[in-house]
Design a protein around this ligand. Structure first.
Ligand SMILES: [Zn+2]
Length: 454
C-alpha cells in the first residue's frame, strides 16, 4: 500500500507528502518488528517440579523464554487455572506431572489463539501466589506457583511460632557418626572398622550432651546403616540443629601418620556448592538465615546466600578451634590448626558444622586406642568441652544457655570493649554488672557476663 503512496507522492512532487510517506514507512517498519516479536515461536513449557512444604506446595514450571500469565481459581472441585498466551507444551512435561502436597494432578490443553491452559487439580481451597524467575543457577526461565494453605491450618502454624518465640529452648547438637552399613569407612590393620568406632564415640558424646544443662543431642545415625551425605544435613536441619558434628577416623597408606584433626568447610567447597544451593532455592526458601530467596533477584539471592555461608564458616572455625584445643590436651594432633576442605556433609549454609577425624585408624597404636572405651570416652569429653567453650560466648538468643550465667577470665590483650562485643552486651551493662569503676583489667580476674541484651 505504501508503495502506491510513494508513487503518488513522487508524482505530486510535494515535499510534505514525501515527509508523510517517510513517517508512514517508519511506523510500518516498527509495526513489522513488533509483530515479529509477538509472533516468534511459542514459548515451550518444558518441565514441572513440585514440592510440598508444611504450609504450602510449590509448583515450578521450566519454560523456554519469558512469558506472561494469568491465574484464576475454580471451585467444586478446587482447581487453579493458569493461562499462558503463545505457549506450547513440551514433549516430556506430561511424564513429570504427579500428585504432590496440595496438588492432586496437573492437566494441560491448548486453547484458541495459542493460549496454553494449565489446570492444577487441588486437594482443597488454597491461596495461590505466582511469579516468574529469570535464568539462574542450573535453571532457565521459570514460572513459580505457590499454593498456600488457608484457614485453620495456617492459624495453627502462626500460633505455634508465637509459642516457640516466648519459650526458651535447648541447644540442639547434631551428632553424625560417619559411614555405616555398606560403607565401613577406613579399616585398620587389626580389622577395626571406622563406622563401628565412630558410632561408639558418637553414642558416648550423645550421653554427655544429654546430661548437659541446656543442650539436647540428635543422632543422625542410630545404628549400622548408611545415610546419604545430603540426607545427614537434612536431618540436622529438620531438628533445627545449632551445631553439626561429624565424627570420623582417618585412614592413610603411611602407617606412621597419627593424631586427630578438625575440619570445616573450605571457601572453595562452599563456592562450588553455591550453584547447587541456588538451584534448589525454590524448595529451600529459608536457607539464608530465614531470608526468602525465591522471589528476589538471582544476584541478590547469591549475595545473601554467600553472606550466610561466610558467617557459618566463621562460626564453624570458632567451634573447630575450641575442639582442636581440647583434643590437643589428649595427645598429639595431626595438624596444629583447623583444616578446611570441601566435605559435602559440612555444606549446610546455616548450621555451623565441623568434622572431627578422631585419630588415624591406619596407625596400629591409634587403632588400639580407638577401640579402647576409656579413650573413646576421653574423645567424647574433649568434643563436649569444645562445644561448651564455643556456646559459652555464642549461645543463640532464645536458648537456655544464652540466659545462663557466664564468666570470662581476663587474658593478655583483652579490653572491656572487646569482651562486651564478644558476648554481645553493652559496655555499660558489663561494667555495671561487675561494679567496675574503671576500664582497667587484671589478667586472671574473672568477669561475670550479664544475660544477652535481647
Ligand atoms: Zn570417615
Amino acid at each position: 500500500m505504501w508503495v502506491l503512496w510513494l508513487r503518488y507522492a513522487h508524482l505530486q512532487r510535494d515535499p510534505g507528502a514525501v515527509h508523510n510517506v517517510k513517517r508512514l514507512i517508519t511506523v510500518c517498519c516498527l509495526w513489522l518488528v513488533g509483530q515479529s516479536l509477538v509472533c516468534a515461536a511459542p514459548v515451550e513449557v518444558q518441565g514441572v517440579r513440585l514440592w510440598a512444604a508444611p504450609d504450602h506446595t510449590r509448583v515450578v514450571f521450566d519454560i523456554s523464554g519469558p512469558i506472561e500469565h494469568t491465574l484464576f481459581s475454580l471451585h467444586d472441585p478446587e482447581r487453579l487455572v493458569v493461562d499462558v498466551p503463545a505457549a506450547r507444551i513440551g514433549a516430556s512435561l506430561q511424564a513429570q506431572m504427579k500428585a504432590v502436597g496440595l496438588v492432586k494432578g496437573v492437566r494441560t490443553a491448548l486453547q484458541d489463539k495459542g493460549v496454553l491452559r494449565i489446570v492444577l487439580d487441588l486437594e482443597r481451597l488454597t491461596k495461590p501466589r505466582s511469579f516468574t524467575l529469570k535464568p539462574g543457577g542450573q535453571h532457565g526461565h521459570r514460572l513459580v506457583i505457590d499454593l498456600y494453605e488457608t484457614g485453620a491450618s495456617q492459624k495453627a502454624t502462626v500460633k505455634k511460632s508465637v509459642a516457640e518465640k516466648t519459650r526458651l529452648r535447648d541447644l540442639v547438637i547434631a551428632i553424625d557418626a560417619g559411614h555405616g552399613g555398606d560403607d565401613p569407612g577406613a579399616i585398620g590393620r587389626g580389622g577395626t572398622r571406622e563406622k563401628d568406632v565412630v558410632l561408639s564415640i558418637a553414642k558416648r558424646l550423645e550421653a554427655l550432651v544429654e546430661q548437659e544443662q541446656g543442650m539436647r543431642p540428635v543422632m543422625i545415625r542410630q545404628g549400622d546403616y548408611y545415610i546419604g551425605l545430603r540426607q545427614r544435613i537434612n536431618i540436622a536441619r529438620k531438628h533445627g540443629a545449632d551445631l553439626f558434628i561429624s565424627i570420623h577416623a582417618d585412614g592413610f597408606r603411611d602407617r606412621r601418620v597419627n593424631g586427630s584433626s578438625v575440619y570445616v568447610l573450605s571457601r572453595r567447597g562452599a563456592s562450588s556448592e553455591m550453584a547447587r544451593w541456588l538451584a534448589e532455592k525454590e524448595n529451600a526458601a529459608d536457607l539464608a538465615g530465614g531470608v526468602r530467596l525465591d522471589d528476589k533477584d538471582d544476584l541478590l539471592a547469591e549475595v545473601l546466600l554467600d553472606l550466610s555461608q561466610t558467617a557459618t564458616i566463621e562460626a564453624s572455625i570458632d567451634v573447630a578451634g575450641n575442639m582442636l584445643g581440647q583434643l590437643k590436651r589428649l595427645g598429639k594432633t595431626h595438624k596444629s590448626s583447623v583444616q578446611q576442605a570441601g566435605f559435602v556433609v559440612l555444606k549446610s549454609p546455616d548450621i555451623p558444622s565441623v568434622l572431627v577425624e578422631t585419630a588415624f585408624i591406619s596407625n596400629p597404636s591409634e587403632e588400639r586406642k580407638l577401640r579402647d572405651r576409656r579413650h573413646q570416652e576421653s574423645l567424647a569429653h574433649a568434643m563436649l568441652r569444645g562445644i561448651r567453650g564455643y556456646f559459652a560466648s555464642h549461645a543463640p538468643p532464645g536458648t537456655h544457655l544464652a540466659l545462663a550465667a557466664r564468666e570470662h577470665v581476663i587474658k593478655a590483650g583483652d579490653t572491656l570493649g572487646h569482651i562486651a562485643q564478644r558476648y554481645d552486651v553493652s559496655l555499660n551493662r558489663l561494667k555495671g554488672y561487675n561494679r567496675l569503676k574503671s576500664d582497667r583489667l587484671r589478667i586472671g580476674d574473672t568477669l561475670r557476663i550479664p544475660p544477652a541484651d535481647s
